[in-house]
Design a protein around this ligand. Sequence first.
Ligand code: NAD
Length: 346
Amino acid sequence: MAVFDAVDFDAHEGVHFFDDPKTGLRAIIAIHSTHLGPAAGGSRYWTYASDDAAVTDALRLSRGMSYKNAMAELPMGGGKAVILKTAAPKNDAYLETFGRAVDSLGGRYVTAEDVGISDADMVVVSRQTRHVSGLPVAGGAAGGNPGPSTAEGVFRGMRAAVKHKLGRDGFAGVHVAIQGLGSVGYALAGKLAAAGAKLTVADIDEARAAKAAAEFAGRHVPVDEIMAVEADVLSPCALGATLNATSIEALNVAIVAGAANNQLATPADGARVHARGILYAPDYVINAGGIINVATEYLGSGDAEAVTKLIAKIEGRLADIFVESDRTGTPTDVVADRMAQKLIGR
Ligand code: NAD
C-alpha cells in the first residue's frame, strides 16, 4: 500500500508498526492528531483480510477518534490501535508486549478496550504502561468498561433523533432494530426496552440474539435481515461500513442511530442516506459516551456523576447538528465533520 496516498491517510501525525516474533504480536498504532491533547482511542483485536485492510482500519478509526474526542469536548486527540488477530494466543506475554508498544510512544497515545479486548486484557496491558484507561474501577468512580456509557450516550442521542424526526418525546412504542448485541448493543436494548421501545434484534451469535429477544420482549431475526427491517430506527452496534449503496437502498427506517464506528462505507454514503430522507446520527458524536467515561478516568477529572453530565450533552449536540443539517441542506455527517475539523485546527 502507498500509505501517503491512501484515501484514508489524512496528515496523520504518526503510524507505528509493531512486530514481535516471540509472542506473535502484530499491531498498528495510528496517531491522527494530538492538537487537543494525547491521542486517545481503543485497541481493536480483529482478523484482517490483509495488512492493508488493517492499516486502513487504523487510519480511519484514529481520524474518527480525533473528531469524536473534539466533539465530546475532551482535551484529547485521536488515535487507535489495531492488533492483528492470528493463531498466536492472546496470553499475558502477548498483551504485555502490546503494553510495551503503547508505552514506547511516551503518552502520545492512550489506549482502552475496543472490539475483541476486554477490561481484564487491559489490566494485563497496564502492567507495562500507565497510558491505559478503561480499567475496572470501584463503584462511583469514573472509568471501567466503556460499553454501558456508550450505550447511555446512544440512548440519549437516539432520543434526540426520535424527537427531531418523528416529533415524539421518548421511546414509548418506538420500534428499534438493533444490529449486534455486544457490550453496547445489549445494554442499549435493556435501556430501550425499559423506556417502552419495541425491539427487533440480530447477532451473529444467535443464542445471544435469542436471549436478548426473550429478556426484552422483542423478536430476533437472521443477521442478513436486520438492516432492512421495517422499523422507526436502525441501530448499528456491530462493526463498521454497514451503510453502503446497496444497504442504504434497502433501509426501511426513518432514523439510523447506533454505536458502531465508521458506519458509512464511503463518504458518499452519508449523502445517500440524506437523499433518502433518513436522519443519520453521526457515529462518532452519538457513540462518545465510552470515551467520555475512560478519558475522565484517565485525566482524573471527575467521578461517575461528572461522566453522566458530559454524556447527557450528546443529546443537545446531536439536536444542533440535525437543525444545522436542515437549515443548510447538508448531510449530518458533513455538518459534524466540519464542526470537528474546526475544533482540531484542520
Ligand atoms: P462487542 O464485540 O462487545 O459486540 C459486537 C457484537 O456484534 C457481538 O455480539 C457480535 O457477535 C456482533 N456482530 C458482529 N458482526 C455482526 C453482524 N454482521 N451482524 C450482527 N451482529 C454482529 O463490541 P461493542 O463494544 O458492543 O461495540 C460495538 C460497536 O460499537 C463496535 O463497532 C465498536 O467499535 C463501537 N463502539 C464501542 C464502544 C464501546 O464503548 N464498547 C464505544 C464506541 C464505539
